[in-house]
Ligand binder design. Structure first.
Ligand SMILES: [Zn+2]
Length: 395
């Protein structure tokens, strides 16, 4: 076991060192575990693509996690090659068969003109603000930069949109558009946490914008103080990368679906009623669309938006945050989105259930034989008018 009494020279005699060029060749051939043994602040400045951060003090404890196969080749680098030499020594003592330290570290690597992933695009303030994201190897500086560059449209700043918007803003989604033409009502405050008592009577988009701006000045909030209709849906969706559906009425859902499939924009959709909620992610042509799942709307008496229905406030938070989680994954291109899966949540029993959903080959919108429909027909279905005659009620 290496001890502090070992001089770095002694340690380096016991381990293998490779030059940055040799390391590059090995990395490009693949089947190498690449570890970065520095501190987070250094990692945030720049690091190598595909590396996993494991600070020096954690090498021994986290070896099993970051390099589960002790027979596999492991390359370690640090800033200038000393910490990585000690880490290589520690791993060898743990039984790792083929470990090498990159001589001269990332400094020598960069001096050799080899590529690194830098923190370009993140200001020092942003590096601090998002450090708990960039610390996650799955997100990193690159993932955070993707979040900051992404544009998300929220349909509704209501029950689902409020928690979604708060966490998406905190996460640094760079542009958040909000479609809502409603005013803040006292009865909203039990769950629509982006608004507060002083904002009763104010437009929801304005109230949401004020809260978001105070939370995170990085976020550009765009207010769309309007209702979604077939005449404006394509124009509203066009500038955004994805949509969070938080408007709990069926006509809007069908309209959004038809337009988003046409524009090939992912929609993260959730709904809540009482103590139950459901959420799914619709990525056009990769998985089913909303109409594949619900070819026809339920009868009006079962449609929650047709009257004032009760909902546990927390439910809106849970489901809205599951939506935000889906958005973050899509934007950072990590994880496994809820595509082709409908997740049901029963809050009274605290039970999640997952249903598989398949694309419908007969789907009039995303099926192979679907015909292009005129813009005025987007979102229509036969008994559309018989549906909620009143204005849509946001969740
Ligand atoms: Zn479909």
């Amino acid at each position: 076991m290496a001890t502090a009494a070992n001089t770095i020279e002694q340690v380096k005699e016991r381990i293998e060192e490779v030059t940055p060029e040799q390391a590059r060749e090995e990395i490009e051939r693949g089947d190498v575990v690449l570890l970065d043994t520095r501190e987070l602040t250094e990692w945030n400045e720049s690091h190598l693509e595909g590396a996993t951060l494991v600070p020096p003090i954690e090498v021994t404890d986290r070896a099993d996690e970051v390099a589960p196969d002790s027979g596999r080749r492991v390359l370690i680098y640090c800033a200038s090659g000393n910490r990585s030499a000690r880490a290589a020594d520690e791993l060898q003592a743990l039984g790792y068969e083929s470990v090498a330290s990159v001589a001269g570290g990332i400094k020598a690597w960069e001096a050799a003109g080899l590529p690194v992933i830098g923190a370009e695009g993140l200001t020092p303030e942003q590096r601090m603000r998002y450090s708990r994201h960039t610390l996650l190897p799955e997100v990193g500086v690159e993932g955070q930069a993707k979040l900051l560059a992404s544009k998300v449209l929220l349909l509704g700043a209501g029950g689902l949109g409020s928690p979604s918007a708060l966490y998406l803003a905190a996460a640094g989604i760079g542009t958040i558009g909000i479609v809502d033409d409603d005013l803040v009502d006292e009865s909203n405050l039990q769950r629509q946490v982006i608004h507060d008592t002083t904002r009763v009577g104010a437009p929801k988009t304005e109230s949401a914008r004020q809260t978001i701006e105070r939370l995170n000045p990085d976020v550009d909030v765009i207010e769309h103080r309007t209702r979604l209709g077939s005449e404006n849906v394509l124009e509203l969706l066009e500038p955004y990368d994805m949509i969070v559906d938080g408007a709990d009425n069926f006509p809007t859902r069908y309209l959004l679906n038809d337009a988003s499939v046409r524009l090939r924009k992912p929609v993260v959709s959730a709904s809540i009623l009482g103590f139950e909620g459901q959420v799914s992610t619709f990525v056009p042509y990769e998985g089913p669309c909303y109409r594949c799942l619900y070819p026809t709307p339920p009868p009006p008496e079962l449609a929650p938006s047709c009257g004032a229905a009760g909902v546990l406030g927390v439910m809106a938070g849970v489901m809205g945050l599951l939506q935000a989680n889906e958005v973050i994954k899509l934007a950072a291109e990590i994880g496994e989105p809820l595509v082709g899966r409908l997740l049901l949540y029963d809050s009274l029993g605290t039970r999640f259930t997952e249903l598989k959903v398949r694309r419908d080959p007969e789907c009039p919108i995303c099926g192979p034989d679907a015909e292009e429909i005129p813009e005025s027909e987007l979102g229509k279905f036969p008994d559309y008018e018989a549906f909620c005659a009143g204005r849509p009620v946001a969740a």
